[in-house]
Design a protein around this ligand. Structure first.
Ligand code: GLC
Length: 745
């Protein structure tokens, strides 16, 4: 029976039943009762887009096979299909040809904007502005929904502590508390209050779990951590996504304690679906179920399918193991049909919530597709987010530049690039769709600026799946850059990583400026002391030389389509920078993984002999600490006070803008639990407030500490709060703080 009739029947039944959840369950249960085993397996099968659906029936066998499977209702979802026309054609193929006409989900990596690329997620996280971050996700959802996409593989909520790992760019950095807040904001932004709203899309918390702890920061490497780190550092942002109502989860390529997460029932069933009550579905990461064979965990693909299904991986992305083996496994009793029923129920509920059973073409509006592609509202949103994401790392007075600056040199291949600053996870955006730094500077400087590319950083193909060719030996261009610098009043050098030097598959063992950029910088600084370094990068870098020799350093990450305008507005003081680092910047890569909330160890603290936890050649601290970010004004902290009401503590501090410019300050609250039944970090972020303070004014900022923030997870995964002594630290970063203390109990 076609869906529409089934729907009418069930809605009739549903009208006799209680609330919308019951109606949804009744509909889904009834639909499942009609489904064959092949159709159930089909719902658990996710294919990548593979042919022009608006064209003739594909003739190569593999594609023809998929085409027929879609028509037979054996494909529950597709990814990477890019236009309304394509998506509508594929949806029609499924809905109008298959026996039950179940609509497909259309997923895409909408990671930071879509056609109009926004700042990379790590940049957004540097804004510490949850409202702006939520809004950015809402714009991304609007853009994606306008092209027919109803499911994004975002937010990535992996905690990242290792600067060598390429996917730091995709997350919220090293801190769990900030990560939980941003996870919830991004989920709410993508999903809104009503998933059936055609401007909202289903979100996907990923990669469950611990993918960011790849050993040595090497992509896809083994991850190995203790239970205390898993429970206290890694899992909370995922649970925050569940609490925010995330519709789907994606697992990962890595293992935990010798078990590939895609085959781990303890993670996916006991914790996620059991303890946390997650009622959505889990999609595997690309091929991860089949990769259990490569992990030497499954003997063959059929065994991998059995392990994955029984472990709670509800949908197979591009491993072809469910479509090829699950029916047989059920018939052989290796996988109970009830396992499929649970997975299919979860998948159908997301489709129901998206409104796809009411209207499978809800997201297929070509007029909306056209208008959203050039939406000024989205562009303005991307610009606003970009400005808020910029972090002023150092400023010895060179910034802001005067708008009447004359004789300005702009140097760097990245400065002219309209592609690099888009970042790497921007498959929906066209190449060359960014406002370059040069284009952003033009309205301010006009003919007062001269440009030199300087040394080549990269050459050849700039593509998502290709290694970028980095120039390590050709010094052409340096002499011209130095000559221009010598004859200029101020030099803006735009340097860093190309957008395709971070992201998936892009770990780096050397986290200094790539190629010969530092070599060029040294020569420029030798002839001009008025240098502003504008960085574009997707991870913390080793900037030790730059910090010691360059008077002004601006961290701009990769800011997406509106990069040039955002950077220019900050350089010329139109926007007072307010970003704060979501990751520690190390002095040397040898310190990595380096993060602020370290354990004290049994031998912390500097001593006048060698037997303490340290390196003989580098300090333990980062070059720029977590939470660091300067402003064109100055904020002074005073009057820290702590009051107690039972086990609730109110922390209050005065923040004075003692400079001449209005600005936003991110006031950060850290605690230290001095002793507990598991060791606790030397400090932990437990609150932050981004406040606007006019020049000369003072604001009092208050935080509350209670059982929700003073506790931790023990090694059994139970959240506990213990009496004891606590230190409190409040400031504009994780190092320069006003300090206090209290005792609980
Ligand atoms: C990739 C990524 C994952 C992404 C998926 C679909 O391998 O690991 O984050 O969502 O495949 O593109």
């Amino acid at each position: 029976m076609k869906i529409k009739y089934l729907l009418a029947t069930v809605l009739l039944i549903g009208s006799l039943i209680g609330n919308s959840q019951d109606k949804r369950s009744a509909f889904v249960d009834n639909l499942i009762s009609q489904m064959t085993l092949e159709e159930k397996v089909g719902q658990m099968n996710l294919y990548n887009g593979f042919f022009d659906a608006t064209g003739p029936v594909p003739d190569n066998q593999d594609t023809k096979n998929k085409y027929n499977q879609i028509k037979n209702g054996e494909v529950g979802a597709m990814l990477n299909v890019k236009t309304v026309k394509e998506i509508k054609a594929l949806q029609q193929l499924a809905v109008e040809n298959s026996r039950l006409g179940i609509p497909m989900l259309f997923g895409f990596d909408v990671i930071h904007g879509h056609k109009i690329s926004g700042p990379i997620p790590l940049a957004e996280s540097a804004s510490w502005d949850l409202e702006a971050i939520e809004k950015a996700a809402a714009y991304a959802a609007m853009e994606a929904a306008a092209v027919g996409i109803n499911w994004t593989f975002a937010p990535m909520v992996d905690i990242g502590r290792d600067a060598r790992w390429g996917r730091n760019m995709e997350g919220a950095g090293e801190d769990t508390y900030l990560g939980t807040k941003i996870a919830a904001a991004r989920v709410k932004g993508f999903q809104g209050d009503d998933l059936s709203d055609p401007n909202t899309i289903a979100a996907c918390a990923k990669h469950f779990a611990a993918y960011g702890f790849a050993e040595a920061g090497r992509e896809y490497n083994t991850t190995d951590m203790g239970l205390s780190t898993l429970y206290n550092v890694i899992l909370p942002p995922f649970q925050a996504a569940v609490d925010a109502g995330v519709a789907t989860f994606m697992n990962g390529f890595n293992e935990i304690n010798g078990i590939p997460v895609t085959g781990d029932p303890w993670l996916q069933r006991d914790i996620l679906k059991g303890q946390w009550g997650f009622d959505g579905f889990v999609v595997s990461d690309w091929g991860s179920i089949g990769e259990m064979v490569a992990h030497s965990y499954a003997k063959d693909n059929k065994t991998a399918a059995k392990i994955g299904a029984n472990a709670g991986s509800d949908m197979d992305m591009e491993a072809y193991v469910y479509i090829n083996h699950l029916k047989e496994l059920v018939e052989e009793g290796e996988v109970k049909e009830s396992v499929l029923d649970d997975a299919v129920s979860r998948i159908l509920k997301v489709k129901y919530d998206l409104g796809l059973f009411d209207d499978p073409y809800l997201y297929c509006d070509e007029e909306k597709e056209k208008s959203m592609a050039v939406s000024q509202e989205v562009k303005d949103g991307a610009l606003d987010m970009a400005k808020k994401s910029i972090v002023l790392l150092k400023n010895d007075g060179v910034l802001p530049l005067s708008k009447t600056s004359k004789n300005v040199a702009v140097i760097g291949q990245i400065a002219a690039s309209k592609t690099s600053v888009l970042g790497s996870w921007r498959l929906g955006a066209d190449d060359n769709s960014a406002v370059s730094v040069l284009e952003g500077l033009k309205p301010y400087l006009g003919d007062n600026m001269k440009y030199e590319r300087g040394v080549e950083v990269w050459s050849g193909t700039e593509a998502f799946a290709q290694e970028l060719k980095i120039n390590e030996d050709n010094t052409d261009g340096i002499d011209e850059a130095v000559k221009l610098a010598k004859s200029s009043d101020v030099v803006i050098v735009v340097a860093g990583e190309h957008g395709y030097q971070s992201g998936e598959g892009r770990s780096r063992a050397d986290i200094r400026l790539p190629g010969l950029q530092r070599k060029m910088l040294k020569k420029i600084c030798a002839v001009n002391s008025n240098v502003v370094l504008v960085l574009t990068n997707g991870r913390p870098l080793d900037l030790s030389w730059e910090d010691a020799n360059i008077p002004a350093i601006l961290e701009t990450w990769q800011l997406g389509a509106m990069s040039g305008h955002a950077i220019a507005e900050v350089l010329f003081g139109e926007h007072n920078p307010s970003g704060k680092l979501p990751m520690t910047f190390p002095r040397e890569v040898g310190q990595v993984p380096l993060y602020y909330n370290q354990k004290s160890t049994g031998r912390g603290g500097a001593k006048d002999m060698v037997f303490w936890s340290h390196y003989s050649d580098v300090p333990n601290t980062g070059l720029y600490p977590f939470g660091h970010g300067l402003s064109y004004t100055k904020y002074d902290y005073s009057g820290l006070s702590i009051t107690q009401q039972g086990n609730t503590f109110t922390v209050s501090v005065n923040v004075t803008n003692s400079g001449k410019r209005d600005g936003h300050e991110v006031v950060q609250l850290y605690i230290r639990d001095k002793y507990a039944s598991v060791t606790r970090p030397i400090k932990e972020l437990k609150g932050f407030e981004k406040v606007f303070i006019k020049a000369g004014e003072t604001q009092t900022v208050q935080f509350t500490l209670d059982d929700t923030t003073l506790g931790f997870y023990n090694n059994q995964g139970t959240y506990i709060v213990e009496d004891g002594d606590f230190e409190v630290m409040v400031g504009g970063d994780s190092v320069n703080t006003q300090n206090g203390a209290f005792t609980r109990g």
